[in-house]
Design a protein around this ligand. Structure first.
Ligand code: SF4
Length: 61
């Protein structure tokens, strides 16, 4: 599995990634998405979350 990165500057904390992939993303105490280690969903499911992020804050490293 490729590595994931969240750009905290871009993340607006909408929760879309968490709703789609709750075993991979969570919102931290600052309301920004973070990546769980290891991610719990498949690469295809994670790609859906990446495509659903309104600010393109989720990146494959
Ligand atoms: Fe942040 Fe994008 Fe996840 Fe929304 S979908 S919480 S903007 S990373």
């Amino acid at each position: 599995m490729k590595k994931l990165k969240i750009d905290a500057e871009k993340c607006i904390g909408c929760g879309a990634c968490v709703a789609l992939c709750p075993k991979t993303f969570f919102l931290n105490e600052e309301g920004k998405a973070e990546v769980k280690n290891p991610p719990g969903e498949t690469e295809a499911q994670i790609q859906d979350a990446i495509d659903s992020c309104p600010t393109q804050a989720i990146l494959w490293e």
